[in-house]
Design a protein around this ligand. Structure first.
Ligand SMILES: [Zn+2]
Length: 462
């Protein structure tokens, strides 16, 4: 064993010298990885670069469900790259440039688009990718059988992406840890409204088509982008100093619930810290078949007129999900548990049931034998079919209310405000929340979080 090992070491040493002496510069460029190794979606996102901005120019014809797009992506190499991947499903690519020069590319039939520039990209340098593409955008079916991506409706499309719908309509580094700014110019037939994240810059009509220009200048994860379009009544107003855009499909009876939006934003600002973005709003479409709402940044998408709990749930995600975002998908309770608890504290604020009453109701009505309600524990599973399992909502929310009772209101409210403030626009993990809770309370909370987040059984002592 000893001699064989020694010989192998020599060979490696000799090889290293040869590589070093022979081709010093060329050998340093390597391909970026095709995924980032997320436990649920290992191929989502790509290695070797970091995106700063997406500039998307889209033109959509609802009658034929054809989308043509031009995407200009500005990124910085984080390693010396011989090639790199983007995520894009379907479409024919008519032109692909890196720094203005035609680049070779291959597709794998799934979402990997591998780009090989004419020359390698040095680590630390900024580069620009331009992609012209066209075709029928995809509807993606998730492991839990929900649909997302570019979903055609009667008069346009409902566009939501959590967790993996974005590559169905634009090329991207589809991982929540690579946030970027976004510019959108979306062209639709006159009479339709195209909605996207951030503030409305302009809308102008020419030759029977209207181009809607939106700008999201705050960092945004790719799955939070939207381009929902169709017939909408768009109301532009202000909440505090920021513009508010509320778009409602004219087929729907709007009701009163959306009038609560300013008050909900102001209430959450008072407990979680200032609203994180420079626009607010809501998109209410007629697309019930989609079956869920989504906290698309600055403008949550609703497939029907929401009830009050759904409205405030999605708005609270502005702080927990959109601004403070998970690093890996198995930490989704950091979004959904917080948004569920946000529903409860809103109810308490409105003089209805308190969060403690909501907690007790759930705790008392689900015996330990109800393993569907209690398991698997919210921070313990990596099966993507369970991403939106009930436990990340109910047990996630109960975890926070139990923590509130354990450490007391002053410490608890300081903790969640600090969590939102210190991690603004960032990416987080469960262990960071536990560490902050222990620091702020001055207590060892290992047993508490084990019982609530990691053990499948109904917590009995904590
Ligand atoms: Zn949610």
């Amino acid at each position: 064993m000893r001699s064989r090992l020694a010989r192998a070491t020599l060979c490696i040493a000799a090889l290293a010298v040869a590589v070093c002496v022979g081709t010093a510069a060329a050998a340093t460029f390597t391909p970026g990885s095709p995924g980032l190794g997320d436990p649920m979606f290992p191929n989502a996102g790509n290695g070797g670069y970091d995106v700063q901005s997406y500039n998307l120019t889209l033109d959509y014809t609802p009658s034929t469900n054809q989308l043509s797009g031009k995407s200009v992506i500005t990124a910085t190499a984080t390693q010396a790259l011989s090639s790199f991947d983007l995520d894009l499903r379907g479409f024919a690519i008519s032109r692909l440039l890196v720094n203005g020069r035609a680049a070779a590319f291959t597709r794998d039939g799934g979402q990997e688009l591998t780009v090989t520039p004419k020359s390698g990209l040095q680590s630390g340098t900024r580069f620009v990718v331009t992609i012209d593409y066209a075709g029928t955008p995809a509807v993606v079916t998730d492991p839990d059988e929900s649909i997302e991506g570019w979903i055609p409706t009667e008069d346009g499309a409902f566009v939501v992406n959590e967790p993996q719908g974005s590559p169905a309509w634009y090329p991207c580094n589809d991982n929540p840890r690579d946030k970027a700014t976004f510019d959108f110019a979306i062209t639709v037939p006159d009479g339709l409204t195209a909605l996207a994240n951030g503030v409305l810059v302009s809308n102008a009509s020419s030759a029977g088509k209207t181009t809607w220009v939106w700008k999201e200048s705050d960092p945004m994860a790719t799955y939070l982008a939207t381009a929902t379009l169709g017939r909408f009544d768009l109301t532009i107003s202000k909440v505090g100093n920021i513009p508010s855009y509320v778009a409602v499909d004219p087929q729907l009876a709007k009701g009163q619930v959306l009038d609560k939006l300013p008050e909900a934003v102001q209430f959450y600002s008072s407990i979680y810290g200032p609203y994180p973005f420079n626009a607010v709003g809501a998109i209410v479409d007629s697309a019930k078949f989609v079956g869920y709402s989504l906290e698309t940044q600055t403008k949550p998408n609703f497939p029907a007129v929401p009830d009050e709990a759904t409205l405030v749930h999605e708005l609270s995600h502005s702080w927990f999900g959109d601004s403070v975002t998970l690093t890996e998908w198995p930490d989704i309770w950091l979004h959904e548990g917080f948004a569920t608890w946000s529903e409860w504290i809103w109810s308490e604020h409105e003089g209805n049931k308190t969060a403690a009453q909501r907690f007790k109701q759930l705790y008392d009505s689900h015996p330990a034998s109800d393993t569907v309600f209690w398991g698997p524990a919210p921070a313990r599973f990596t099966d993507p079919a369970l991403l939106f399992n009930g436990t990340v909502y109910d047990r996630g929310g109960m975890t926070l209310e139990a923590l509130r009772e354990k450490i007391g209101d002053p410490t608890f409210f300081r903790l969640i405000r600090d969590w939102a403030t210190q991690n603004r626009y960032g990416n987080v993990a469960t262990q960071q929340f536990i560490a902050l809770a222990e620091r702020e309370s001055g207590r060892d909370l290992t047993a508490f979080f084990d019982a609530w987040l990691f053990e499948d059984a109904k917590p009995t002592t904590w």
